[in-house]
Design a protein around this ligand. Structure first.
Ligand SMILES: [Zn+2]
Length: 98
């Protein structure tokens, strides 16, 4: 368990949480807004432009979120929302979905 979660859990137990426990993010394909942990995070590193699937929280870059749904992956690619993905990235996302 990382520090951030420890802190959140402590706040939850105290009942004085100022940090929202559910972080909502929007799927780039279907537009559904849902809990961040139910989505796959796709991050493009600012410096290297490398695409990282479900990066650790210390990675900085531009994030895109997508449902764990093969239809959303297909649509995101079709709509060119994920134009920087390599075939390896797509395979990695597919493995997370299935
Ligand atoms: Zn979706």
């Amino acid at each position: 368990m990382n520090k951030f979660f420890e802190e959140k859990l402590k706040n939850k137990l105290k009942g004085t949480s100022k940090v929202p426990l559910v972080v909502l993010r929007k799927c780039t394909a279907c537009g559904k807004i849902t809990d961040r942990k139910d989505l796959i995070r796709i991050l493009k590193n600012y410096k290297t432009s490398q695409i990282i699937i479900n990066p650790n929280p210390n990675e900085f870059g531009r994030s895109t979120y997508i449902c764990r749904n093969p239809e959303c992956l297909k649509n995101a690619i079709k709509k060119k929302r994920l134009k920087n993905l390599t075939p390896e990235n797509i395979e990695e996302i597919n493995n997370l979905i299935n």
